[in-house]
Design a binder for this molecule. Sequence first.
Ligand SMILES: [Fe+2]
Ligand SMILES: [Fe+2]
Length: 288
Amino acid sequence: MIIAQITDLHVRAERKLAYGQVDTATALENAVTHVLSLDPAPDLILFSGDIGDEGLAEEYALVAEILAPINIPYFMIPGNHDRRENLRAAFPLAVPVKAGAFSQYVIEDYPLRIIALDTLDEGYGHGRLCAARLAWLDQQLAAKPATPTLIVMHHPPIITGIVHMDALRLLPGNGDDASAPGLEGAQGLAAVLAAHQQIAGVTCGHSHRPIHCLWHGVPVNIAPSVAHQVVADFRADGPAAFNMEPPAIQLHFWAEDRPEQGLLTHTSYIGQFAGPYPFFDAQGRLIT
Ligand SMILES: [Fe+2]
Ligand SMILES: [Fe+2]
């Protein structure tokens, strides 16, 4: 089973540049072309948030237009730049939640069960996993304890070391607290995960660069953006800054016959690159 993860699209209405600089609509078109060129095709695509830049219906209409050629199932969760109602209204199949306060749901149709968890605290940059969301997650995990499960959510539960991203906490009083992850309730999440054995991993977006770690024994992955990356600046006073490192998607492989490997994540760069060149041995013979 192959899952493509596309994250942090930040598409703006009328193809306006994000941050006055990044052509995010074209970046998404390139990502779609890239995914459609994959052989074998992924079984499904997860869009892990920041789909629009301001959560506007016009942005989602443009995203829908760009995604129209996609002929495999895809699912979405909101990021801090999204608005739940607008996203649900534009993508009722990709956000299969009819009612309730949160856009979270379970994808059951594949060998790897996927729980889409909503970390949005609408209007704020940081994420939030309140008691209701954590209780829902616990319930879903308890329902199928023997089925390997991937959790997808926008905000990572970890401190990445990129201080301006970690400190993205805009609630009055929270200040720029870089000693806590930009996800309220991260410790509660750790407690829920510790109570279940079937977690294959947690995959996130938001940080705009690929980051991987083991967190409380659970593999945590952050996917790069398909538009722009955040500079890997670990200085305590490092400014908020992005760059145009190559955009990429990730391909998560789940092999039922190799469970000892867990979930395998490849980063797959988008763009035109020289090659592929065949390998030749020292005698000039083609290596096949
Ligand atoms: Fe983002
Ligand atoms: Fe984000």
